[in-house]
Design a protein around this ligand. Structure first.
Ligand SMILES: [Fe+2]
Ligand SMILES: [Fe+2]
Length: 611
């Protein structure tokens, strides 16, 4: 039982300290991207590491206190906590998993009250849905996580109590829910596109109804909201060109008052209408769109942090999306297609690359992954693809990039020792055609570098170090092996690495690890999987700089562990190879200690200089 005074203290502490810690954490991360002197950088890295270690413990305590309060909510604590949520939102802090837990408990609490506080429930549902969209849908859109949709529909249901909503912001919330159902949610969950017309008709009818129009003071704000809704409705036009709902859709947009719309959208929509009415051929439409794209991007658009600049990029991106879609869905000259798409894609990537790390948000993160998926099938040679992938990993997860390089170095060192002393360990690879030492080393090196690729499709949370991960977050992390394959979309040139991507968290004897569905014992690449699994554990366990939550074992402690689990978790022959070579042990010991900091610095410098 937590007494009232105590609850208040816990919540206020959480509100200031936890949020401060979140900001401090991101400041620390950013600061490393600004220093290019090695000594200063090293000091800063160590300071960051120590500070985050302490923060981790404080945050754990605060979260556990808050969970106790959540189990014993009363009016005062529920009120205080909803203000905390508001503050998270206002300060742009998306600690989604924690926020969702608090929000769901609060919604439950406020829904049971006798006098329903609609304004508060609208606010909580909207913020909750936003976080759930970040958290669930981006993570696994195939899985029908309905949570955000449910929350938006809940907000819509409050239309029936419109007069009981006390503030303009509350009433505006209903329009915001519509906006999200028509725009962002439909963007992520494609099936939702089929409902767009229905929602759009509904919101227009509602907006023009007496109940809304009679509140004179609201109109300015709501009108603004309707402009956004019209815009987002329009930006879906491309998906209706080949849809059975085409006529209904275009009838609706022809009715729109064009002065209500943003200028750039009208340009595309005019073209689309001409195209739909056969006044424009596919070739001509694509040509005009490319012209339009060039208008926005010019001689290379670079990020400068200003709104106008970001708008330009968004417009260019919208146009590129339409072009990609048109080329994909229709018969179009193959040569032109393979020429045009990478050109447009790399122009967009260049812009994303020019965004400094501190301004890099989940918005860019999503675009980056999305672009990658769209470009990959149109990149014809492997070098192009490798470049694209490196860009993706570097951009989205520098920590994963560092880890990949470390695992690559460790794997190659062990592989060389295997080739020297027990070449037959690689008999499976040799049989597959990697029949020279060079071929084996090259294969191992690439497989190691790409082994965690799937992390690029998981949330930023994967590298979160300032608090313990929640159960839900762990569940998502375990999806990263399978996500690699999703990301590469069965691309042929990477097929040889799939088994390593899928199997590197499985135990040597098959009796443990994940994903359960993947049978590593049957893999033709078993020796590579076993090797990279050992290299992976070696880096993860000894990394005290990047993984501030780990105790950080020395390499010698780790060797004991490898020996303890040889035959079950680890391949005993490979462990023996390490045991037998003092030279290798020395090298790995150094690499996982002092040398690691140099690897870190190189990667940071690469990011600082490249972008
Ligand atoms: Fe992994
Ligand atoms: Fe890994």
């Amino acid at each position: 039982m937590v007494i009232a005074m105590e609850k208040k203290k816990i919540i206020n502490n959480f509100k200031t300290e936890y949020i401060n810690n979140m900001k401090l954490y991101s400041d620390y991360n950013d600061s490393l991207f600004k220093i290019d002197d090695f000594r200063k950088w090293k000091d800063s890295l160590i300071e960051r590491s120590n500070s985050i270690r302490k923060m981790f413990l404080d945050n754990e305590k605060m979260i556990s206190d808050i969970k106790n309060v959540l189990n014993e909510l009363d009016d005062e604590s529920a009120d205080l906590l909803s203000n905390v949520i508001k503050k998270f939102n206002k300060e742009n802090i998306h600690d989604s998993s924690i926020m969702i837990e608090i929000i769901n408990k609060l919604i439950d609490y406020f829904e049971k009250k006798e006098n329903i506080d609609y304004d508060r429930l609208i606010m909580l549902n909207l913020i909750g849905a936003l976080e759930e969209m970040e958290f669930y849908l981006r993570m696994d859109s195939n899985n029908k996580f309905v949570n955000p949709k449910e929350k938006y529909l809940k907000v819509l249901s409050y239309k029936n109590h419109y007069d009981e909503i006390k503030t303009v912001d509350g009433r505006r919330g209903i329009f915001l829910a519509y906006y999200n159902l028509i725009g962002p949610l439909a963007d992520i969950v494609n099936e939702e596109r089929d409902n767009i017309i229905k929602y759009y008709k509904e919101v227009r009818k509602f907006y023009y109804s007496d109940i809304v129009q009679n509140k004179d003071d609201d109109i300015d704000k709501l009108e603004e909201e309707m402009v956004y809704i019209n815009d987002t409705f329009l930006s879906n036009f491309i998906y209706y060109i080949n849809s059975p709902l085409k006529d209904e859709y275009f009838k609706l947009i022809e009715k729109l008052d064009k002065s209500d719309l943003e200028k750039n959208q009208i340009l595309s929509i005019d073209l689309a209408i001409k195209f739909v009415n056969n006044e424009l051929s596919l070739d001509e439409l694509v040509e005009s769109l490319v012209e339009l794209f060039i208008q926005y991007v010019g001689n290379g658009l670079r990020y400068n942090g200003k709104d106008a600049n970001l708008n330009k990029f968004c417009n260019a991106l919208d146009i590129a999306d339409v072009i990609f879609y048109l080329l994909k869905e229709n018969d179009y000259d193959e040569n032109k297609k393979y020429n045009l798409i990478p050109k447009i894609g790399f122009a967009l990537f260049d812009y994303i690359g020019s965004v400094p790390y501190k301004d890099y948000t989940s918005y860019f993160d999503d675009i980056c992954a999305d672009l990658f998926e769209k470009l990959l099938p149109f990149c014809q040679n492997r070098t192009y693809k490798d470049e694209l992938l490196t860009m993706l990993i570097l951009r989205r997860q520098p920590i994963t990039y560092i880890h990949s390089i470390m695992v690559e170095k460790i794997s190659v060192a062990i592989a060389k020792e295997i080739l020297k002393n027990k070449r037959e360990l690689f008999s499976d690879l040799i049989e597959l055609g990697y029949d020279t030492d060079d071929k084996i080393i090259e294969y191992i090196s690439n497989a190691a570098f790409y082994h965690d690729l799937g992390k690029c499709l998981t949330l930023g949370v994967i590298n979160l170090q300032n608090r313990k991960l929640t159960d839900e977050e762990f569940k998502f992390i375990k999806m990263h092996p399978a996500k690699s394959i999703v990301l590469l979309n069965n691309d042929d040139s990477f097929k040889e690495y799939y088994d390593v991507m899928l199997g590197h968290h499985k135990f040597y004897d098959g009796n443990g690890g994940y994903p359960i569905e993947f049978d590593n014992l049957k893999s033709k690449y078993k020796s590579a999987i076993d090797l990279i699994s050992i290299a992976d554990s070696t880096d993860a366990a000894t990394d005290i700089l990047g993984r501030n939550y780990t105790v950080g074992k020395s390499f010698s402690t780790l060797i004991n562990e490898l020996n303890q689990f040889k035959g079950t978790r680890y391949n005993p022959d490979i462990v023996q190879i390490i045991n037998d070579s003092n030279e290798l042990i020395e090298y790995l010991d150094e690499l996982t200690n002092e040398k690691r900091i140099e690897v870190y610095f190189e990667v940071y410098k690469k990011i600082i200089n490249q972008f």
